[in-house]
Design a protein. Sequence first.
Length: 364
Amino acid sequence: MFSSPYPSEVSEIKPALLSVSRADFESWLQDHGAAAYRRAHVIGSVMRGATSFEEMRELPRALREQLDAAYRVTSLRPIAKSEADRSLTTKTLYELDGGHTVEAVVMRYSDRSTLCISSQAGCPVGCPFCATGKFPFGRNLAAHEIEEQAVDAARMLRTEGHRLSHVVFMGMGEPFVNYSAVIESVRRMADPERLAISPRRIVVSTSGVIPRIEQLSQEKVPVTLAISLHAARDELRDVLVPINRKYPVRELVAAADGYASKSGRRVSYEWVMLAGVNDSERDAKELGRLLRKRLAHVNLIPFNPVEETPYSAPSREGVRRFKELVAAEGLNVTVRDTRGREADAACGQLHERVMKEREAAAIT
Ligand code: SAH
Ligand code: SF4
């Protein structure tokens, strides 16, 4: 019989601990003669950064060995790391079960630590300026694979004496094309027994999947919603964010308004600045007309250059000028710092570099 040399048959691999439901894990513990309260010990150890069952010294040795025979502590395998901003930014590329890869970026500030997390391997939306969108779509992540990125970041920060305080869904993927796993992962990250990150400190960024924004308005998870706008007129947004052809910009803003009024949370509008494309006075005026008198905040993101795209970043002066034009429209506007540029930090860029290196290694 043909046998594959690659260990990518997921069914042959031990399940990852965080993929197992509470009920299933409790009944496993019972079957192995351990008390149900051991579940909280094991989960607590993972949340505090244990990377093996062996480290869980408060558990009896036999139980540690049985756990090790049955489960993996995490399903993520870190395969590349890059640092930037004098080590204030760390980007990790993880391999998932089945072989796809995703990125997560830790950003350290004086008053908080933020993780930029991935929800999909690749992205089916295909924005032409985005490194992630250039690769063929891989797959949705399961809730535990999203949570494991946060657990690993929290572990890394803990060794430095810090706590993971904020999470932004701005890594690879469109979170609202993977809605149920994303919401499940938010609930888990917020769980006081797990990482205890308040949903208010979790930003979900979307290119604009209207039905899911409406669904979010019905959930009791008060995350901060960020809308990747990038253009205020359909004609331009149809090109920059192709999902706009299905969910046009005015309807998108109406859905975001619905979320703002239901949750009382200010919506944040992202605007990646592409020189000569969406940074003119006309763009600022259109944005002003679209968002005036709303509970909104505009975040300008200078474009992080991606090879083989027709776009370039505006100059510092260009960014300042556009910011003033937007502020003159009466909008609340800030410029996002360009953290992680050297760490290939715009979504998909480390993945892109590693894939190119792999291709080159395969050729030589
Ligand atoms: N898919 C979601 C979330 C991931 S992208 C979304 O699009 O909102 C997170 C943010 O990074 C989005 O606002 C996206 O437009 C922006 N982005 C993507 N590529 C970028 C680049 N090369 N430079 C700057 N921002 C980029
Ligand atoms: Fe997908 Fe967001 Fe990149 Fe667009 S910007 S391709 S929606 S990850």
